[in-house]
Design a protein around this ligand. Structure first.
Ligand code: FAD
Ligand code: NAP
Length: 462
């Protein structure tokens, strides 16, 4: 049986975000099993959304990477950066070379609202804006014209908070972060004076977490504005926040009630929070000029969820920018089962399920956002990855993992290099990391990120 020093359990983990790193850490720390893990990422840089999603003005959150660095220092770890699974190596080829494959490649695509005018210039996915200001190499050619006076952010989650906050941060605060230079320049020089955050349901249903909502009330350059009439709860909402498990929602309502009672103190910018409104169309002649919203009321759905129901009443808000921040979705990898409706890989507690046969596919697993959908903070992926790895180890112990046709680590590297000569090993990433930090140091910034693959590759070779 595999899992011994002579015949280690060979696992490919696809995606080096939190889920991929936690899965790798659990495997390499497993008692009585010797594992060897190849961690693939399509980028030369690891850490997924910790690098390319978490807001640059939240540097403490990014220090979670110290845990991942410890995992990378363990025996049996190998990073294969700049290798896209599905392009540079197929699912079938991985299956032939590993006892198990764990997909942890996240949810990188955005969701659409499905409304008229959504594709007008000036209408963006939050995904694009976030990846652009964070230096993700795929998004650096986007041309954000931030000259509009009013921007509208659709959605009531923490990503909406990040986008709204970043849009009004002053230059001095941006300059101390690892926001890209292009984004610092564009945001600091932007014409945006007002950001309107629009939620389709009420304050008691908002998905914000309390610290993020509180932070919005402490911005240097922007007053936060909430209409007192919009924080008055209907009876469904009032009842829904009573339970012990509803502390986050209850506190959100308290914080928002506090905002509604505040007088603006004359800061140069405003963040306005509107509730019970859904976007129905974006209008404009060649670019975004306004957004049409329909007013909603709340009703109790049969499933216990409180839903937004249109009242038919409409209003139009002039604006030059719209950011839809309504969630992410995964993309399929050829040969791996995929649930297109949810944008995830179908699974039972991390074991991939073939939906046509309704059975578990031996040796194939999933962790993180592409397993459970795009929700949860970084730490959520730790428990999630642990559940998956426990099933890998159970399947090993029960003899359910087939021996790979070719388990030679050199063989798979040679195969990948035929298609992608610029594979970045972990020491290549460490060279990139050191160069970025060195560039940031004299400027008092945590790092200055490379934003182009070629720059990253050149730096990885030093
Ligand atoms: P990801 O982090 O997305 O990692 C997926 C990895 O897979 C990426 O590195 C990607 O390059 C790689 N990949 C994709 N396709 C392939 C492929 N075909 N082959 C090889 N590699 C591939 N949580 C917090 O706790 N605090 C925060 O402040 C916070 N801020 C956030 C801000 C934003 C904008 C977003 C979107 C999320 C934020 N989160 C935050 C949530 C947190 O980032 C997620 O819970 C977490 O990153 C999900 O981990 P994951 O590993 O599943 O996916
Ligand atoms: P989210 O928390 O799921 O929020 C999505 C929002 O979009 C919800 O308010 C949802 O409203 C709304 N929405 C969905 N479809 C809509 C539609 N068609 N029209 C209008 N509104 C729509 O997702 P997220 O903000 O992308 O965040 C993803 C995860 O990352 C979350 O778990 C979040 O906490 C985490 N994250 C954490 C931090 C942090 O800790 N600082 C920062 C960023 C992200 P309904 O509720 O009505 O569906």
């Amino acid at each position: 049986m595999a899992g011994t020093p002579d015949n280690p359990l060979r696992v490919a983990v696809v995606g080096s975000g939190p889920a991929g790193f936690y899965a790798t850490g659990h495997l390499l720390a497993a008692k009585d099993v010797t594992a060897s893990v190849d961690l693939y990422d399509r980028l030369p840089t690891p850490f997924g959304l910790v690098r390319a999603g978490v807001a640059p003005d939240h540097p403490k959150i990014k220090s979670v990477t110290k845990v991942y660095e410890k995992t990378a220092a363990r025996d049996g770890f190998r990073f294969l950066g700049n290798v896209e699974v599905g392009r540079d190596i197929t699912h079938a080829e991985l299956k032939e070379r590993y006892h198990a494959v764990i997909y942890a490649y996240g949810c990188e695509r955005d969701r659409h609202m499905g409304i008229e005018g959504e594709d007008l210039p000036g209408s963006w996915a939050a995904t694009e804006f976030v990846a652009w200001y964070n230096g993700h190499p795929d998004y650096q050619d986007l041309d954000f014209d931030l000259s509009a006076k009013r921007a509208v952010v659709i959605g009531n989650g923490n990503v909406a908070m990040d986008v709204a906050r970043m849009l009004v941060l002053p230059r001095e605060e941006l300059e101390g972060t690892d926001t890209t230079d292009a984004a610092i320049e564009a945001i600091a020089e932007s014409g945006v004076e007002e950001v309107v955050i629009v939620g389709r349901r009420g304050p008691a249903q908002a998905a914000f977490t309390n610290p993020e909502l509180r932070e919005l009330g402490e911005l240097t350059d922007a007053d936060v504005i909430v209409d007192p009439a919009e924080v008055e709860l209907d009876r469904h909402s009032a009842r829904s926040i009573e339970g012990d498990g509803e502390i986050t929602h209850r506190r959100n309502v308290e914080i928002l009630t506090g905002y509604a009672g505040r007088e603006p103190v004359g800061k140069p910018k405003r963040v306005v929070m509107r509730f019970l409104r859904s976007p129905v169309a974006i209008h404009g002649d060649g670019k975004v000029e306004s957004i049409e919203l329909v007013h909603n009321e709340l009703e109790h759905g049969g499933d216990g969820r409180i839903r937004a129901q249109s009242t038919g009443e409409r209003e139009t808000l002039e604006c030059g920018l719209v950011f839809r921040s309504i969630g992410y979705r995964g993309a399929p990898v050829e040969g791996v089962p995929f649930d297109d409706w949810h944008g995830t890989i179908p699974n039972q507690e991390g074991r991939i399920v073939d939906p046509s046969a309704q059975n578990v596919v031996p040796g194939e697993y999933v962790a993180g956002w592409v397993k459970r959908g795009p929700s949860g903070v970084i730490g959520t992926n730790k428990r999630d990855a642990q559940e998956t790895v426990e099933h890998v180890l159970d399947d090993l112990a029960e003899g359910r993992l087939a021996d790979p046709r070719d388990a030679d680590p050199d063989g798979v590297l040679a195969l990948v290099r035929e298609r992608q000569p610029d594979v970045v090993a972990y020491d290549g990433w460490e060279a990139i990391d050191a160069a970025e930090k060195a560039a940031g140091e004299p400027l008092g910034r945590p790092r200055v990120k490379f934003t182009r693959i070629e720059e990253m590759l050149a730096s990885s070779r030093t």
